[in-house]
Design a protein around this ligand. Structure first.
Ligand code: GLC
Length: 636
């Protein structure tokens, strides 16, 4: 009978039940007294209820799980500090604040970049000097030692790894960053926990309640059936998607064997992670980087990636934030086929998303000196939902995967598998004339799959001391700064840090080549940053210049880039329309000077100012000549 009621009717009935239950307990009664909470609950309840009913409605305890979830959410709101509530209000009045051209991001490891949290705090003046407004600190929570996948194996979401500091120091850092106008970004690693998390330890002991929080099976039958259609993500660590426990059972672990996938088909897992998320939100996190979102739901006979249920989970998590931590936003980390990447970008899901396609194709164009794929991606794949923004980066702490669509490539006469093979060979310097010094990551001879590790500078030719390396670095960053959204600098790149091969001497790191692009704070390079005669000084001046220009150019904020066909296969073009003026960005990917004829500019005003050089250019006279790797931002 219940099924014949509309979702609204069911939600109303469920809400009445939940309110009744809340009235029965002291916690519940105090939650109910809070007007702000109550209003937000009203607005978002139907979303949460609808998703709960779809995912867990078949369970007899579905409603009770919901009562516990709402109570937890209410209690969390009650502990939210007045200072954070003030931010909640401010951002409610300016809901698209993160689309501003003032936004500039940085990312670093706490230990590698500054030793510990106190060290990060001491670097705030530098972050301000650089112009950052957004700081992503790589995972800093308690994790197994020494193997923890760079912190992505979390043993407790409420404890900081002791060498890095304490949870109070983290709260204090969040406040200090906020006072400096810098938003704090932390990972929400919610696809998996480490095998040392309390939940995992109890599961390993055989406790049924905790075993049910993971995908654990008594024998290989079900795991083998799942593995018929799943992809191997870290084949260097273990084949397939499962590993065997000492008691003979099998547990799902997509990534490393010490990272166990949580089982979100169990509502207790959803509740437990929601509590961890809101706890962290109240520390003062502004953005959660939703780690490895694609893998959160499993379904037999599918590849268990990007399933529709993942979107429901994200929407439900998002709705909980709207109720209890309203200013907190999500950034999705989905390094998958571009068709799937955009599906996570939605105001009600993840307001921000990494732009892995643009990142990879920037490198592709640098290698081929042919901008067709990058141009096509800007034209075809750049547009995202209103109110959302890309996070554009040149490289991250991870490898570079060639996640372009084979269909898109085919239209341009490139065969996906061969082109990836070429790119891999090029970036690990196994191709004549390569300037790059990358290292293969998860080279899988069985599937031919391979990705690339390396710092921006080493990939761009600085390590091999090739001409144009600095220009390539700056041009790649000019693209990230101007295509729309938030640019993200891997800190150290702005002084040209090179690959760090010392990971090869560390048994805990030697099998994971991504450590080559996670160097320690390059002290001597930073010391030279103000000296324009040095390499770090040249790169730093270029990046600072780009940041200053971006922050002075309103057209470069959120929103999208519009393709501009330059007629020259080595020159990329895109436009950033503003309110009353427009900026046309051009980048020459060639090692030679290049030219765009004046006919391409016939529909435009005669003159434009190049914001990068400050010169006025008459495009109608002779078109535009561009030096190797030159970029111009022409305002009309
Ligand atoms: C994300 C992280 C990566 C990590 C993986 C598993 O992709 O960026 O570093 O290995 O998730 O947590």
């Amino acid at each position: 009978m219940v099924n014949r009621l509309s979702v609204e009717q069911q939600a109303r009935a469920a809400k009445a039940y939940i309110l009744q239950e809340l009235r029965e307990t002291e916690d519940g009664r105090s939650v109910l007294k809070d007007k702000d909470f109550f209003e937000r609950l009203d607005m978002n309840f139907i979303t949460i209820f609808g998703i709960f009913a779809e995912l867990y409605g078949y369970r007899h305890d579905c409603l009770d799980q919901l009562v516990d979830l709402i109570t937890m959410c209410g209690k969390s709101w009650q502990t939210r500090s007045p200072e954070l509530r003030k931010i909640d209000k401010q951002r409610e009045l300016d809901p698209e604040w993160y689309l501003s051209n003032q936004m500039v991001g940085g990312v670093c490891y706490v230990d590698r970049y500054a030793g510990n949290l106190a060290g990060i705090k001491a670097r705030i003046p530098y972050f301000k000097e650089l112009g950052l407004t957004y700081l992503h600190l790589m995972p800093l929570f308690l994790a197994p030692q020494p193997l923890n996948d760079g912190g992505y194996a979390v043993s407790s979401y409420r404890d900081v790894q002791p060498e890095l500091g304490t949870i109070d120091e983290l709260r204090d850092l969040a406040t200090a960053l906020r006072e400096a106008g810098i938003s704090l970004v932390l990972d929400l690693v919610f696809n998996h926990t480490s095998n040392e998390h309390q939940w995992a330890k109890k599961a390993a002991e055989g406790d049924p309640e905790h075993s049910a929080m993971y995908w654990i099976f008594p024998d290989r039958a079900v795991p083998s059936a799942f593995e018929c259609s799943t992809r191997e993500i870290f084949p260097d660590d273990h084949p397939g998607s499962f590993i065997q426990l000492p008691d003979g059972r099998f547990v799902w672990s997509t990534f490393y064997h010490f990272q166990w996938d949580l089982n979100y088909s169990n509502p207790a897992v959803f509740r437990a992670m929601a509590a961890e998320m809101l706890y962290l939100a109240n520390i003062g996190v502004d953005f959660f980087r939703m780690d490895a979102v694609a893998f959160m739901w499993k379904q037999m006979n599918t590849d268990c990636e990007n399933l529709p249920e993942v979107h429901k989970l994200l929407r439900a998590f998002n709705a909980l934030c709207r109720i209890a931590a309203p200013s907190v936003l999500f950034k999705s980390e989905a390094i998958v086929h571009p068709d799937f990447v955009v599906q996570y970008v939605d105001k009600y899901e993840c307001q921000l998303s990494y732009n892995p396609l643009q990142m990879a194709l920037t490198w592709e164009a640098l290698a081929t000196r042919d901008v067709s794929m990058l141009s096509q991606a800007i034209e075809r794949r750049h547009n995202i939902a209103r109110g959302c923004a890309w996070v554009n980066y040149v490289r991250s702490h991870d490898d570079i995967g060639w996640t372009f669509s084979d269909e898109d490539a085919r239209e341009l006469g490139k065969e996906g598998a061969n082109h990836r093979k070429f790119l891999n060979a090029f970036f690990v310097n196994r191709h004549p004339g390569s300037f790059a010094r990358g290292v293969p990551f998860q080279d899988n001879p069985r599937t031919g799959d391979c990705r690339i590790s390396g710092t921006t500078a080493s990939l761009a030719g600085l390590e091999s001391m090739q001409d144009h390396a600095i220009e390539r670095i700056l041009m790649a960053y000019s693209i990230a700064m101007s295509t729309g959204g938030i640019p993200l600098i891997y800190l150290g790149d702005e002084v040209g840090q090179l690959n760090d091969y010392s990971y090869l001497n560390d048994p805990a790191k030697m099998d994971d080549s991504r450590w080559v692009n996670r160097p320690f704070y390059p002290e001597s390079r930073y010391a030279e940053r103000h000296d324009p005669s040095t390499i770090p000084g040249k790169i730093y001046a270029g990046i600072r210049h780009l940041i200053r220009l971006r922050r002075a150019t309103e057209e470069l904020g959120g929103g999208r880039a519009v393709g501009f066909y330059t007629g020259n296969p080595t020159i990329l073009g895109y436009q950033r329309p503003g309110q009353s003026s427009s900026v046309l960005c051009l980048c020459n990917f060639s090692d030679e000077s290049q030219w765009i004829g004046r006919d391409r500019f016939l529909s435009m005003p005669v003159e434009a100012i190049d914001l990068v050089s400050g010169y006025v250019i008459n495009l109608r006279e002779a078109g535009i000549h561009m030096k190797p790797h030159q970029y111009v931002w022409l305002r009309f």
